[in-house]
Structures are given as structure tokens and as C-alpha cells.
Design a protein around this ligand. Structure first.
Ligand SMILES: Cc1cc2nc3c(=O)[nH]c(=O)nc-3n(C[C@H](O)[C@H](O)[C@H](O)COP(=O)(O)OP(=O)(O)OC[C@H]3O[C@@H](n4cnc5c(N)ncnc54)[C@H](O)[C@@H]3O)c2cc1C
Length: 387
């Protein structure tokens, strides 16, 4: 009998895994199960051009609608995988159906960390992960409206940029000393703080949102330093949490995501994981990494698919991500943690530079900002473990 491979989660990683299974020659049944009522889509546009109404929904799709039938992929949208029985090699679906599998890929992604202060339940307090979330924020992006962004991470800063571009008054409240500090460190984070201030964003640092006030919907946001900001909406960008509930309840090893080896195999030999939820052994770093970025969800599935088919497979790409804010685009490669030196080559004042994070003279990571075609050289430099 033909084998059945099931993919739980129909985001970028899930859809690319279905594609890769076919590309690797798998001829059995592929069932791709997603709880959103959508064809699989990519999320980066949701805080950028799609949010601003500058790009159509279809552009974010991983594949055109016809792709799934053409490749004989059973795509079940609006359907959650509610339980995993690893011993029986079966999953239960929200439709009540039980589905047996030969191999299972977990690609359930992550969900936004929710704002949990008094008033967070008021209308106008919004989070961003899905098309529906982006549509709800877009509806509130009216010129002259006042937005408060809680959290100066990538999503918060991209939403701040989009909201300014739509003519809103924008305040960012970030607990750290500078936006993006967790990702870039203070010095490079400051460059982004300046960029936003130059575009008229009120960037407040070292301060958290303490409560939200209003009659039924947000009217004011009170910060921990006592300042009260009149607001029409609050967007919380507080980071994401991997959706590991299925794996945990099934008894798989879970620690900051689903624990995997370098082939993306979990602690159960027939279950694999890819994308935001995979905390996978990385051969270059010699430890596990969980990467919550688009490129990881794009490329890991090919490795997982090969491993699911019993072929040699190891995921060893360097972490990569990109961000676009106003007319400033950037790419980031590597891991900067533990750096002792930041070198900026180029013109940071004009947002055209490459920044290098180094430790003992060795390049750990680099970010090219409005400078292009330097990615290969940067990767070589990091991989050579030399300057
Ligand atoms: C607004 C936004 C902007 C971003 N911008 C960038 C960017 O500029 N650059 C960058 O590098 N990265 C960016 N990212 C991150 C990137 O989008 C993610 O890393 C990527 O989406 C991860 O893909 P995934 O398939 O692992 O997970 P997801 O995209 O989260 O997809 C998982 C899917 O599985 C579904 N699911 C979960 N549980 C179940 C279940 N039990 N049953 C069925 N289905 C389930 C979810 O609903 C979801 O549809 C952004 C993310 C967001 C939210």
C-alpha cells in the first residue's frame, strides 16, 4: 500500500515540505493540514506592503491555488490537528477524522505573545500573525489616527514604519534601552531608533506599557513611567511563542520548540519538524538553534522531506533574515551573540552600510543595509571562522 505522509500546519514550512516531498520523488499520499481558512501564505508582507494596501493577498501565497491539485497534495484548510498519537502513528483532526501516517512533519509555527496588562482585552488592542490580524490593523490605519506600538522588535518596528507611511501619529514603547536590542545589540539598534525618529515616530525606551484604558475600546495607553498616550489603536509586538502543544502532549522532546537532530527528526523516529517550531541541532554552531525567520521556514522543509524519505539530510544554512522599514532594506546573516566589536563600513547616517559583529577578530554576523550583492562574501567570511 502507498505510504501517507501528513504535514501538520500549512504555513510556509508546511507548503514547502509538501512541494519538496514531491520534488524528491515521493509518490504516496500527502495530506497538508492547516487550521487557517486560507491557502498557505508567507507572513512578511503582513507588516509591510500588504498591511499598507500596496500588495494584493495573492502575492503572499506560497503557491498558486492550482498547485496543490496539480501535485496531488490533499490540502485541508480550516482544519486543525488536535492530537498526535505517536505510538499508533496517527493524528486526530478537528473534523473528527483520524488519519494514519507513515511520516509526520510538524510545521505548526508560532503565535504572538499576548499583551497581558489591564485593559488588554479592549477593542483596538491588536496582535499580528495572520491575514485576519493584518486586515484588522489595516482597517485602523487612518491618517491622523494615533497608534501605540508595544514592543520595538522587528514586527513592532515594521508596523510603526507602515503606520507612519499611512499618516498616523506613532509612539513605540520598548522596555530595552533601544529598539531591536535583543536582535542587534544596542549600537545597531540605535541606528534604527534614529531612522524612526527621523520619520516622526516617538520612540520611547526603557519603558513598558502598564495598562490600557477606554470605554469598550482603547482610548489611552499608560506607560510604566506614568505617561498617558491618547491612542486609537495599540499593536502589541511582543515576540512569538512556538506552537508545540501537539508535540508536548504526544510526549516528544520539547525545549524552546520541538527538539530535532540536524536532519530535523524529532525524538520520535517517524516525526519531523521544520520552520519556527524546530529547535534543531546545527552542525556549524555545534548546538541547537531555533530560528523564527522566513528563510528558515523556506529551506528547512527540503531537508526534512529528504529525511522523511530516508535520504541523507542535514540543515546547516546560516541564519538569515531581512526587514524593510521605510526605504531602508536590510539582510542579516549569522548570530551576533557574544560579540566584542561592531564595525560599520559605509555611511550609517545615510543608512547605506554593512555592519560586522566580531569576536576576537572573527566575524560572527553581518547586516547589509541598502547595500546589495554582498551576501555570499559575508557567508564565506562567517563560515571561514576568520576575518
Ligand atoms: C507579520 C510578520 C512579519 C514577518 N516578517 C518577516 C521578515 O521580514 N523577515 C523574516 O525573515 N521573517 C519574517 N517573519 C517571520 C516568518 O514569517 C516566520 O518565520 C514564518 O512564517 C514561519 O513559518 P512556519 O511555516 O514555520 O510557521 P507559520 O507561518 O506560523 O505557519 C504555521 C501554520 O500552522 C498552523 N497551525 C498551527 N497549529 C496547527 C494545528 N494544530 N493544526 C493545523 N494547523 C496548525 C498555523 O495556523 C499556521 O497557519 C514575519 C512574521 C510575521 C508574523
Amino acid at each position: 500500500m502507498a505510504e501517507t505522509h501528513v504535514i501538520a500546519g500549512a504555513g510556509l514550512a508546511g507548503a514547502k515540505a509538501a512541494e519538496a516531498l514531491r520534488a524528491e520523488g515521493f509518490e504516496g499520499r500527502i495530506v497538508l493540514v492547516g487550521d487557517e481558512p486560507e491557502l498557505p501564505y508567507e507572513r512578511p508582507p503582513l507588516s509591510k506592503d500588504y498591511l499598507r494596501g500596496e500588495a494584493p493577498r495573492e502575492q503572499a501565497r506560497v503557491h498558486p491555488e492550482a498547485f496543490y491539485a496539480e501535485h496531488d497534495i490533499d490540502l485541508l484548510t480550516g482544519t486543525a490537528v488536535t492530537a498526535l498519537d505517536a505510538a499508533a502513528r496517527s493524528v486526530t483532526l478537528s473534523s473528527g477524522e483520524t488519519l494514519g501516517y507513515d511520516r509526520l512533519l510538524l510545521a505548526t509555527g508560532s503565535e504572538p505573545r499576548r499583551l497581558s496588562v489591564p485593559g488588554a482585552e479592549l477593542d483596538g488592542v491588536l496582535h499580528l500573525r495572520t491575514f485576519a490580524d493584518s486586515d484588522a490593523i489595516a482597517a485602523a490605519l487612518r491618517p491622523g489616527a494615533r497608534a501605540v506600538i508595544a514592543g520595538g522588535g522587528w514586527i513592532g518596528m515594521e508596523v510603526a514604519a507602515s503606520a507612519r507611511q499611512k499618516g498616523l501619529e506613532v509612539t513605540v514603547a520598548e522596555l530595552a534601552a533601544t529598539p531591536l536590542e535583543a536582535a542587534l545589540g544596542r549600537e545597531a539598534g540605535e541606528i534604527y531608533a534614529r531612522l524612526h525618529r527621523e520619520h516622526g515616530v516617538d520612540v520611547r525606551t526603557g519603558v513598558a506599557v502598564e495598562r490600557v484604558e477606554g470605554e469598550g475600546r482603547v482610548e489611552r495607553v499608560v506607560l510604566a513611567d506614568g505617561s498617558a498616550l491618547d491612542a486609537d489603536l495599540l499593536v502589541a509586538g511582543l515576540g512569538a511563542i512556538p506552537r508545540t502543544a501537539l508535540a508536548e502532549r504526544a510526549g516528544l522532546a520539547v525545549e524552546n520548540g520541538v527538539v530535532c537532530d540536524a536532519s530535523l527528526r524529532t525524538s520520535d523516529p517517524d516525526v519531523f519538524a521544520a520552520g519556527d517550531i524546530a529547535n534543531a541541532e546545527h552542525p556549524f554552531y555545534g548546538r541547537r538553534l531555533r530560528v523564527e525567520h522566513w528563510a528558515n521556514a523556506l529551506h528547512q522543509p527540503e531537508v526534512a522531506a529528504r529525511a522523511m524519505l530516508g535520504k541523507p539530510a542535514s540543515y546547516d544554512r546560516l541564519p538569515y533574515f531581512f526587514s524593510d522599514q521605510y526605504d531602508v532594506g536590510m539582510e542579516f546573516r549569522g548570530l551576533p551573540f557574544g560579540y566584542d566589536d561592531l564595525e560599520i563600513r559605509g555611511d550609517a547616517d545615510r543608512y547605506e552600510f554593512v555592519a560586522y559583529w566580531r569576536r576576537e577578530g572573527r566575524t560572527l554576523a553581518a547586516m547589509n543595509v541598502n547595500v546589495w550583492d554582498v551576501g555570499d562574501a559575508i557567508e564565506e567570511e562567517i563560515l571561514s571562522r576568520a576575518i
